[in-house]
Design a protein around this ligand. Structure first.
Ligand code: C2E
Ligand code: MG
Ligand code: MG
Ligand code: MG
Length: 278
C-alpha cells in the first residue's frame, strides 16, 4: 500500500513536471501534420490606417491555428515550439507565401495599393536562404517587393545583428520594407537604428494602453515619435483600443494606427469584403 501511494505521488509529480513537455510535444506533432495538410492553419489580417486621413494603408498578417484536438493554439506558442524544433523555417515560408498571395489580389483597388506586413522570427531570419526564398516568393506570387513589410522585434534583430545585416540591407535595396515590432519592450542597444535600413517603428501596445491619462506613457510615446521621425522612420502605434488614444496619437504626430478601436484581425474573406465595401 505504502509503496503504491508513493508511486502515485511520484507519478503525479512527474505529470506536473512534464505537463509543459507533453504539450510542447503534442504541438510539435501537430505542427508536423499541419505543415503537410494545412488543416486548421490560416492567416488573419488586421488593417492599419493612416492617422491623418484614416485611409487603409495595409494589413498585418497574423497566424491563426485551430487544431482538432488541441483547440486554438496561440500564435506565440506555435512560433516558440516551431523555433525550438526547427519547423519555423517551413512554417515561416508558409506565412510569407500565403500573405504575398493574398496581398497580390488586393492591388487592383482604385484607392491605391495595400502593403502586407508579416512577422519573422529569429531562426527564420537566420536561415541562410532567407533572402533568396523571400524574393522567389514575391516573384512567384506576383507581389511587388515594396508591398511586403517584414516585422522584426528588437530581440530578433539583436540575436541576428551581425549575421543578418547584409541580408537586411539587400532586402531593403530590393524594395522590401523593414519594421521594428513591439518597440520599447525588447533587449536592444538602439545601435541597430543607425546600422540597419529600417523604414518603420511600431510602438508596443504597453505604451499605448495608458494613454492619454498617464504622463509617463505620454512622455515615452512623444519621445519615440520624435526619435523615429528624426531618423526618418514612420511610426505605427499598436493596440489602439479607444478613441481617446487615437486622438492623442494623431496630435502627437503618429503616422499609422492599428488596434481594436479600428478593426480586429479578421479572416481574409472578411478583409476582402471590407475592401469591397469601402
Ligand atoms: P504582434 O506582431 O505584435 O501582433 C500584434 C498583436 O496584437 C496581435 O496578437 C493582435 O491580435 C494584437 N492586437 C492588435 N490590436 C490590438 C488591440 O487593440 N488590443 C490588444 N489587446 N491586442 C491587439 P496575436 O495575433 O495574438 O499575435 C501575437 C504575436 O504572435 C504577434 O505580436 C507576433 O509576435 C506573433 N505572431 C503572430 N503571427 C505570427 C507569424 O506569422 N509569425 C511569427 N513569427 N510571429 C507571429
Ligand atoms: Mg507584428
Ligand atoms: Mg507588435
Ligand atoms: Mg506584440
Amino acid at each position: 500500500r505504502a509503496k503504491d501511494l508513493g508511486k502515485n505521488r511520484c507519478e503525479r509529480f512527474d505529470v506536473s513536471m512534464n505537463l509543459a513537455a507533453v504539450r510542447r510535444h503534442a504541438i510539435e506533432q501537430a505542427l508536423r501534420q499541419v505543415l503537410e495538410d494545412g488543416e486548421g492553419l490560416a492567416l488573419h489580417y488586421q488593417p492599419v490606417f493612416s492617422a491623418t486621413d484614416r485611409r487603409m494603408m495595409g494589413a498585418e498578417a497574423l497566424l491563426r491555428w485551430t487544431h482538432a484536438r488541441l483547440g486554438a493554439i496561440p500564435p506565440l506558442e506555435a512560433v516558440m515550439v516551431a523555433e525550438e524544433c526547427g519547423l519555423i523555417v517551413h512554417l515561416g515560408y508558409w506565412v510569407v507565401r500565403t500573405a504575398c498571395r493574398d496581398a497580390a489580389r488586393w492591388q487592383a483597388r482604385a484607392e491605391g495599393p495595400l502593403r502586407v506586413a508579416v512577422n519573422v522570427s529569429a531562426r527564420q531570419l537566420g536561415d541562410p536562404q532567407f533572402l533568396e526564398r523571400v524574393m522567389d516568393i514575391l516573384r512567384e506570387e506576383g507581389l511587388p517587393a515594396h508591398l511586403l513589410e517584414i516585422e522584426l522585434t528588437e530581440t530578433v534583430l539583436m540575436e541576428n545583428m551581425d549575421a543578418c545585416a547584409s541580408t537586411l540591407h539587400r532586402l531593403s535595396q530590393l524594395g522590401v520594407h523593414l519594421a521594428i515590432d513591439d518597440f520599447g519592450t525588447g533587449y536592444s542597444s538602439l545601435a541597430y537604428l543607425r546600422r540597419l535600413p529600417m523604414k518603420r517603428l511600431k510602438i508596443d501596445r504597453s505604451f499605448i494602453r495608458d494613454l492619454p491619462g498617464q504622463e509617463h506613457s505620454r512622455m515615452i510615446v512623444n519621445a519615440i515619435i520624435a526619435l523615429s521621425h528624426g531618423l526618418g522612420l514612420a511610426v505605427t502605434a499598436e493596440g489602439v483600443e479607444t478613441r481617446e488614444q487615437a486622438d492623442y496619437l494623431v496630435d502627437a504626430g503618429c503616422d499609422v494606427l492599428q488596434g481594436f478601436a479600428f478593426a480586429r484581425p479578421m479572416p481574409v474573406e472578411q478583409f476582402e469584403q471590407m475592401q469591397a465595401a469601402r
